[in-house]
Design a protein around this ligand. Structure first.
Ligand code: NAD
Length: 482
């Protein structure tokens, strides 16, 4: 990808300039422009969807045997791996994550295409027991054109998680990446072309969500929206979907509790809690942003945690040693700062952070220090609202019943972490905590074969897992008279 040129976008298999406004993307570590592109226009949306429907009907992709579709998806996985360093650097420029993290995201994208290639080969059609003079069979059909709307925080992985199962199922997919991080999605579409995916099945439409995402969602030819992003946007999309009677899947926000019991392995727990909140600068839906520590351990644990937070290496995302990069934008950093101010005005006390790091290296980028706040109740806004930044709120707890009540007292229910050596307590708490994912003595660990999603305001449906492909298919019953 030549970043000096105005980037073409991918509309129904054709690479051309978008017809919307010209804008630049910026590297969050320096604020410098990375590339320029024209956003998609409403006319581009129409062309992408109509072209996707045509490709779905005429390319023969949906009719190809599963192992033939799988071969193309395996090739996509292979090309991602061959270009992994280039893609990781592109992703770093897109959203400023440290290179070590973006390499993992690229590896995850390759693994996702590989996994769903296999999943489409193993999709089972089931015959129900004979009831006498007929038998029935359940089969799965692709839906047609599906839309994938993704956020800026983990671009290539988010897009792969939607594109791979949608394509494996035989559909065409129109992707609306976040306006500010379009590069990884565009690179992925180039790879799809090169791997031999029929043209037109993939479109990439960067642009404003309220215009392009909204038009995609409302379009009658779009048969499903798979959305990852904020809860407010998710609810807006779900309302439109209700009118169309269109299925949606929603991966939304979180305010995930991490819990440290008295018997936890402390080295392990300190490292895990720090990683859970401060990796990706806390710009992660699963960030462990509410910490509950058993009271007898609280003072000692917090002292170690603060020492650990102060030792996190903030800096240039291109540096292999960097542990935390900048936030995505100046506006987002200001939003994080407002949350910290609000927490302090609610009665919170700063143990560390709460400021921009000093020094020439930090002047241009949107850096912020790892921040820990104590002294708030679980009902404080800072404990209830998603900050989406490197801000941890810590609370002591006295007994298990109160802990479970508080941990579950949230509109969100995406993830949780438990640190303990006692497997019976881990089991009991793991079952009692309401969340789509509970990590025990680990955090932010992912397996593509394990379903992922949230409860309540954290989402609807599950991505990943062998059955993740079924989201993109309609089930049909065939009856056979005997
Ligand atoms: P966002 O909701 O503002 O945007 C997400 C996507 O939706 C973007 O592509 C945006 O352009 C589009 N969009 C915005 N308004 C739209 C509309 N009216 N109609 C259709 N599309 C629209 O979220 P964000 O700020 O980009 O991302 C951060 C949020 O994403 C956080 O809340 C985070 O928790 C969540 N997230 C969730 C997961 C998960 O798997 N649960 C993963 C990553 C991020």
């Amino acid at each position: 990808m030549n970043l000096d040129q105005i980037q073409p976008i991918c509309i129904a298999g054709e690479w051309r300039l978008g017809q919307g406004d010209l804008y630049a993307t910026h590297y969050p570590a320096t604020g410098a422009a990375v590339t320029r592109l024209h956003a998609a226009s409403l006319d581009d949306v129409e062309q992408a969807i109509v072209g996707a429907q045509r490709a779905f009907e005429t390319s023969g992709w949906a009719q190809r045997k599963p192992h033939e579709r799988a071969a193309v998806l395996y090739r996509i996985a292979q090309l991602i791996r061959e270009r992994s360093e280039e893609l990781a650097q592109l992703q770093r420029l897109d959203n400023g994550k440290p290179i070590k993290e973006t390499r993992n995201l690229v590896a995850s994208a390759a693994g996702t295409f590989q996994f769903f290639a296999a999943a489409c080969e193993t999709l089972e059609e089931s015959i129900t027991p004979s009831r006498g003079d007929y038998l029935t069979m359940s089969v799965y059909e692709p839906m047609g054109v599906v839309a994938a709307i993704t956020p800026w925080n983990s671009p290539i992985a988010s897009e792969a998680q939607k594109m791979a199962p949608a394509l494996a199922a035989g559909n065409a997919v129109v992707v609306k990446p976040a306006e500010i991080t379009p590069l990884a999605a565009l690179a992925l579409a180039r790879i799809c072309d090169e791997a031999g995916l029929p043209r037109g099945l993939v479109s990439i439409l960067p642009g404003k969500g309220s215009l392009i995402g909204d038009a995609l969602t409302r379009h009658p030819l779009v048969k499903r929206v798979s959305f990852t992003g904020g809860t407010r946007t998710g609810k807006h999309i779900a309302r439109i979907a209700a009118d169309k009677m269109m299925p949606v899947s929603m991966e939304l926000g979180g305010k995930s509790p991490t819990i440290v019991l008295e018997d936890a392995d402390l080295d392990h727990a300190v490292a895990g809690v720090l990683y859970g909140i401060f990796s990706s600068s806390g710009e992660s839906c699963i960030a462990g942003s509410r910490l509950f520590v058993a009271r007898p351990l609280y003072d000692a644990f917090m002292a170690r945690l603060v020492e650990g937070a102060k030792g996190i290496r903030i800096g240039d995302p291109a540096d292999e040693a960097t542990q935390m990069g900048p936030l995505i934008s100046a506006a987002h950093r200001e939003s994080v700062e407002r949350y910290v101010d609000m927490g302090l005005s609610e009665g919170g006390r700063l143990l560390t952070g709460g400021e921009r790091p000093q020094g020439a290296a930090f002047e241009q980028g949107y850096f912020y220090t790892p921040t820990i706040i104590v002294g708030l109740g679980n009902d404080a806004r800072l404990c209830q609202e998603e900050v989406f930044g490197p801000v941890l709120v810590a609370l002591p707890f006295d007994d298990e019943a109160a802990l479970v009540r508080q941990a579950n007292d949230s509109l969100y229910a995406l993830a949780a972490g438990i640190w303990t050596r006692d497997f019976q307590k881990a089991w009991r708490l793991g079952r009692a905590i309401q969340a789509g994912t509970v990590w025990i003595n680990t955090y932010k660990q992912f397996s593509i074969s394990t379903p992922f999603g949230g409860w309540r305001d954290s989402g609807l449906g599950r991505e990943k897992g062998r059955l993740g492909i079924l989201q993109y298919m309609e089930q049909k019953a065939l009856y056979w008279g005997l």
